[in-house]
Ligand binder design. Structure first.
Ligand SMILES: Cc1cc2nc3c(=O)[nH]c(=O)nc-3n(C[C@H](O)[C@H](O)[C@H](O)COP(=O)(O)OP(=O)(O)OC[C@H]3O[C@@H](n4cnc5c(N)ncnc54)[C@H](O)[C@@H]3O)c2cc1C
Length: 359
């Protein structure tokens, strides 16, 4: 499903509108600075952004999903959640890119974007039923997919099922509810984990708690639709495992991580006692890898080596490295493999033997 990128490297875009979608998520509408054509994209795809953030030694690069329908030809839209410092470690700096976007990127600002890409895509005109399952800001690809299905006028049944903390953090609520009201084939269910005093059941949200398998069994006709999942790792892990136990074929489950990708099958980490030596040859470092470390990228970072990366999900190929010697495998299936078998996407791979990388 790979496609030729609409352009190489980065292009400058101007922010034409900045619209709050909730207390934590803000949308940025972007048009090419030189007035040239936008590259096309498919619902669910993302771009890379490159930001010069004061105080950062190198440009900050992150991935953001295009949250609008591809039929909205005049602009790209990114919807970005402000990332605070972790609640269990509030002394850390808040998220660099998201806070910079919220606080310092305004209408008229320019940013640099790489071309849309990624394989987490939906064919809106497809015929079968589809379930769009999201937690928090993981709704952005689902909003693009839902809008695209609406734009092509597809009659397929769509369930948009979304979990979020409360009405303050709930983005795109009016958009989803209006589509579900207008279109009999679009079904929406919003679940708040901690509704606020002003949140009204039946108006703002439909149930309380976390999105779980009991809810899916109640809402869905059975395990036959195509599923799309995006949210925090515990959300993805519990639903992926619950769906497969319910009888959903893993090939029907499409998912995307917004952070470090991980294995959703529950099979990783069962190989107790496994360990391998990994040599980062040009860095002059040889270190021990165990399953607890995670990916080769995390191993490098733990030992003060800083390879380039953007998506950390095996999609963007920024982290690709050449393998001089040894065997490796991927930690999850949702990668786009490099063309050359002796190259490895270190963000998503682990060693299967002692390994030498040309880095
Ligand atoms: C394919 C893809 C699509 C995405 N789409 C979207 C989207 O549509 N919308 C969206 O909002 N996001 C999206 N993301 C996530 C986005 O790319 C960023 O990861 C996110 O915005 C956080 O980036 P940041 O620079 O703000 O935070 P970072 O600076 O990367 O920090 C992340 C978190 O780590 C904490 N932290 C910082 N330092 C430390 C430390 N030393 N120890 C522990 N914790 C620390 C920060 O406080 C913060 O909470 C997507 C990601 C991918 C891979």
């Amino acid at each position: 499903m790979s496609q030729t990128p609409a352009w190489e490297g980065y292009r400058r875009f101007t922010v034409t509108r900045k619209v709050p979608e909730s207390a934590t998520v803000t949308s940025f509408y972007l048009v090419p600075e030189d007035g040239s054509e936008l590259g096309s994209y498919r619902p669910g795809q993302h771009i890379g952004i490159k930001l010069d953030v004061p105080g950062q030694f190198i440009p900050v690069m992150r991935s953001y999903t295009l949250s609008d329908s591809p039929a909205e030809r005049g602009h790209y839209r990114l919807s970005i959640k402000r990332e605070p410092a972790p609640t269990d470690d509030p002394g850390q700096s808040p998220g660099v890119s998201s806070n910079f976007m919220h606080d310092h990127v305004a209408e008229g600002s320019t940013v640099e974007l790489s071309a849309p890409g990624g394989d987490f895509v939906l064919r809106p005109e497809g015929k079968g039923p589809v379930v769009l399952l999201s937690g928090g800001v993981g709704c952005t690809p689902m909003i693009s997919m839902l809008a695209a299905i609406n734009d092509v006028g597809a009659a397929r049944d769509v369930w948009f099922i979304h979990g979020v903390k409360n009405g303050v953090e709930h983005a795109f609520g009016d958009f989803v509810r209006s589509l579900a009201t207008e279109r009999p084939n679009i079904h929406a269910h919003i679940r708040y984990s901690q509704p606020g005093a002003d949140d009204v059941l039946g108006r703002d949200f439909d149930s309380t708690g976390h999105v779980d398998m009991d809810l899916l069994r109640q809402l869905l006709p059975g395990p036959t639709p195509q599923f799309y999942l995006c949210g925090a790792t515990p959300f993805m892990t519990s639903l992926y495992q619950g769906l497969t136990e319910w009888g959903v074929d893993p090939f029907q489950i499409n998912y995307e991580f917004f952070g470090q990708a991980s294995d959703l099958t529950g099979k990783a980490g069962l190989d107790d006692g496994e360990s391998h030596q990994v040599t980062f040859r040009r860095s002059g470092v040889t270190v021990k890898w165990t399953p607890a470390v995670g990916s080769l990228l995390e191993l490098a970072e733990t030992h003060g080596i800083s390879p380039d990366f953007v998506c950390r999900a095996g999609n963007c190929h920024t982290c690709v490295q050449h393998v001089v010697e040894g065997a490796f495998s991927y930690l999850h299936e949702a990668i786009i493999p490099p063309m050359d078998d002796s190259d490895v996407l270190i963000c998503s791979a682990k060693p299967d033997s002692d390994l030498v990388l040309d880095f």
